[in-house]
Design a protein around this ligand. Structure first.
Ligand code: ZN
Ligand code: ZN
Length: 621
């Protein structure tokens, strides 16, 4: 079950006009209640939300008559939505920052007031704030519908500024730490594209200057590493509006993709998996049986044919059971490990799609492993070893989170407890680092989530291992025959290692800033003939290397050697092999690495052999 729950790539620089930095994608706020939610759960929230008030004060001061939307704290910062006479410019943000600094210096106290419902509405009406009035009217309608009295109106006042707000705030504006305004973006009022588009100013604020500086550095670095930008620059993939949220893979990107897929396939072969493939288009009744139709159908793409409703599969899980049930299974057949690179579609809103990390179409390195309950421990141990090995190929140390039984779990608590204790023992035996998140399991399965921290210290959820006690086993009536000839229920383990290949490639691209480890680099070496007369020998060397399975290109363009090297470096190709008269005479090549290291000349065959061994070792550089 590919996890698509977190976005993380960032872009945008100082005061960019259209900054779509993903840190800053805030949850859509539609209802009046949601619009009054100003916090995210971070301890810095009250300060961040207070900074939003101070920013609104500054904007009102600079642009009298501004109509105010909402201004919550969000991850790493805050925003406020404004209706203004004209579009804001980067210079405007500088002026807003200055006014904010003055308000912070003045150290105005934040004071809470409550008003009678009519009095509150009249206040915002008189002050020309129709959006605030709309929120209050909606709250009143909701109260009426629920048969409750109209709610009191609470406001916070600091210095000259009063806002409709439930708080909490810091004591006074002086408690607001170092801040910076980042960008302006358009945002529809209540996330509704039939309503006016307001201007949203994003800002960030931290407890210390050091924290702010680190955040701004990371943001800048993230912009340079943005996988959408690198994807184009390195000719890996592109996106086109004819198929939102679905990557078009270019030859180099597809090589990378297939190499990563191949590495997992090789690992799976070693571990006794069998690969399957199941249909993309599946009848509604399957999803009704699995429970997805009730819970998930709005995220599924549906199609009608001959009066029947089908959907593109959003996950592979239920279909694997058809293969399980295609014959009688005995206890000797288990564990049965069925792997599938299933093509999945999920109908994510087009507004939240982003590069490879939020997509509609993706493939997971999925597997469903059917085991006897006494095999749970050893299987989990094996899976943890797979995860450790695979992440080691990239020099990444996965962080594991063990999620236990949630309150609304399906199935017998005793069975859950048993499964959880086996998983816990396996985690302990494996010696991996993990933390426990109580009640964070899926409703049908305790689970182990896999996260990684990238080079910028950002945490990404990649994949998951779930020990399914009920969903597949019971809803699809899976059985096996035990030693005594009795029918028993197996346990189904859902596991992915990379998770979504698309998302994983997006994360890797940013982590390595496009300089992928040698073993998976789309182009592993470029042969650089110094002059035209060296081109034939260049092709010959490429053939020697390719026969060892290496991905090699020859730059036989008319560019000068220095340009060829610069180009290869920009493309982050691990090795450049320069060929001139001397090298061709001796049938040698001296590799130059993308880091600029010049290695000793080597005979072509010996070089090919060495690079092949390096690639097969799958080590991070
Ligand atoms: Zn407030
Ligand atoms: Zn599954």
């Amino acid at each position: 079950m590919g996890d698509q729950n977190r976005s993380g790539a960032a872009s945008g620089g100082d005061h960019d006009e259209h900054d779509d930095e993903l840190d800053f994608i805030a949850p859509a706020k539609g209802s009046a209640e949601e619009m009054l939610e100003a916090l995210t759960g971070d301890p810095l929230d009250p300060m961040r939300h207070s900074a939003a008030h101070v920013m609104a004060e500054a904007v009102m001061d600079l642009f009298p008559g501004t109509k105010l939307g909402i201004g919550p704290a969000i991850e790493s910062g805050f925003y406020y939505d404004f209706e203004l006479e004209r579009p804001l410019t980067p210079e405007d943000l500088g002026r807003v920052e200055q006014r904010m600094a003055a308000s912070v210096a003045a150290d105005h106290a934040f004071v809470r007031h409550t008003l009678e419902p009519d009095q509150g509405r009249a206040y915002f009406q008189e002050n020309g704030q129709p959006y605030k009035v709309e929120i209050l009217d909606d709250l009143r309608i909701a109260a009426d519908t629920a048969g409750q009295p109209a709610p009191e109106v609470s406001t916070y006042e600091h210095g000259p500024f009063v806002d409709l707000c439930r708080g909490p705030h810091v004591e006074s504006t002086g408690a607001i730490g170092p801040f910076k305004l980042l960008s302006v973006a358009g945002a529809y009022w209540r996330g509704d594209n039939d309503r006016p588009m307001l201007q949203r100013i994003y800002g960030t604020v931290w407890a210390t200057q050091e924290d702010l500086d680190r955040y701004l550095w990371r943001r800048q670095e993230a912009k340079k590493r943005d996988h959408r930008r690198l994807g184009l620059q390195l000719d890996l993939f592109s996106f086109h509006d004819v198929s939102p949220g679905s990557a078009f893979w270019h030859p180099k990107g597809w090589r990378l993709y297939r190499t990563l897929e191949g590495a997992i396939r090789e690992l799976q072969e070693r571990r006794g998996y069998q690969e399957i493939s199941t249909p993309l288009l599946v009848h509604q009744k399957l999803w009704e049986q699995s429970g997805h139709w009730d819970l998930y159908s709005e995220n599924m793409f549906k199609l009608d044919s001959e009066g029947q409703t089908y959907s593109l599969k959003p996950m592979n899980c239920p279909e694997s059971t058809f293969i399980y049930r295609s014959r009688t299974r005995s206890y000797r057949d288990l564990p049965l490990r069925l792997a599938e690179y299933g093509e999945l579609h999920r109908n994510e809103l087009s507004g939240v799609l982003s590069g490879l990390t939020r997509v509609r179409h993706f493939v997971t390195d999925d597997a469903h492993i059917f085991v006897r309950s006494d095999q749970i421990g050893s299987e989990i141990e094996g899976l943890l070893a797979e995860v450790t090995e695979a992440y080691g190929w990239f020099g990444l140390t996965p962080r594991l989170t063990f999620g236990t039984r949630p309150d609304k779990a399906l199935g017998d608590p005793a069975v859950w407890e048993h499964a959880e204790s086996l998983m816990r023992e396996a985690l302990e035996r494996s010696g991996v680092d993990y933390r426990v998140k109580e009640k964070d399991g899926a409703f049908y399965a305790p689970k182990i989530d896999i996260q990684i921290e990238d080079a910028l210290g950002r945490e990404w959820q990649t994949a998951t291992i779930q020990v399914d006690l009920v969903m597949l086993p019971e809803r699809f009536d899976l059985t096996y025959v035990d030693e005594a000839g009795e029918q028993q229920r197996p346990v189904a383990i859902h596991r992915a290692i990379y998770g979504s290949l698309e998302r994983f490639i997006g994360v890797l691209t940013e982590h390595f800033a496009g300089a992928f480890p040698f073993w998976c680099a789309p182009v592993q070496a470029v042969v650089v003939p110094i002059a035209d007369r060296h081109n034939d020998a260049g092709t010959e060397l490429a053939t020697v290397l390719r026969s060892r399975g290496l991905r090699v290109e020859v730059d036989d363009s008319s560019n000068r050697m220095q340009n060829k090297i610069r180009l290869a470096q920009e493309q982050k190709v691990p090795y450049m092999l320069v060929l001139g008269d001397r090298e061709i005479e001796a049938r040698t090549a001296a590799p130059r690495t993308r880091a600029g290291e010049q290695q000793a000349p080597q005979d072509w065959e010996a070089l090919a052999e060495r690079l092949q061994a390096e690639a097969e070792a799958r080590r991070p550089d």
